[in-house]
Design a protein around this ligand. Structure first.
Ligand SMILES: [Zn+2]
Length: 193
């Protein structure tokens, strides 16, 4: 059985100067590129997700003019705009599968995404005999949390590299990691710094 790397939403709108910038987002992008340079060959597959919303709708109430930053958000990651692209510090050359999520609906988890061929992350992991995943990306308290929670629900061994995630808020990020550990996840360091 193999291990996969899940890279969650390392996109311009979630890194510094983005529409929904997470402090430390650029540093995560740089660190993920270093990790791929050092260890890409250790993974059976490498899946990266992108939040990819419709331009002409509120995406199921996900976008708001008066966002609460819990369930509603400013416009972000609109399909085909620069904000939806990977952060330029993140080099996705070693990524084997790209999934997009959130077309017309709120979607926090990488497991809600599909490749352009319609494959889900669960299908990809199963096809590659993966039983464990390392999780990195943005944001700790939302999409990293939801992706890790779904990975645990898939019966996978989950390790989160805490040096390669960043959150919207400190307290909720801490709480998210605590919940994941309670659910069986392991916290670790990528060791690339
Ligand atoms: Zn979104």
């Amino acid at each position: 059985m193999g291990r996969a790397l899940l890279i969650v939403d390392v996109q311009n709108d979630f890194t510094e100067e983005g529409a929904l910038a997470v402090t430390g987002g650029d540093a995560v992008a740089i660190g993920v590129t270093r990790l791929l340079g050092a260890q890409a060959r250790d993974y059976a597959c490498i899946i990266a997700s992108r939040d990819w919303h419709d331009a002409d709708s509120d995406n199921g109430g996900h976008f708001s003019e008066d966002p609460d930053f819990v369930d509603t958000w400013p416009r972000h990651c609109v399909a085909g705009t620069p904000g939806a692209e990977y952060d330029p510090w993140f080099d996705p050359a070693a990524v084997t599968h790209h999934v997009k999520k959130g077309q017309g609906v709120p979607a926090y988890s990488l497991f809600e995404g599909k490749t352009d061929d319609g494959e889900t992350a669960a299908e990809i992991l199963s096809a590659h005999d993966v039983d464990g995943v390392d999780v990195v990306g943005l944001a700790t308290d939302h999409c990293v949390f939801a992706s890790s929670r779904d990975a645990l629900a898939e019966g996978l061994r989950v390790r989160i590299f805490t040096d390669l995630v960043a959150g919207v808020a400190t307290e909720s990020s801490h709480a998210a990691l605590e919940k994941l550990v309670a659910g069986g996840a392991e916290l670790g360091s990528s060791g690339v710094h």
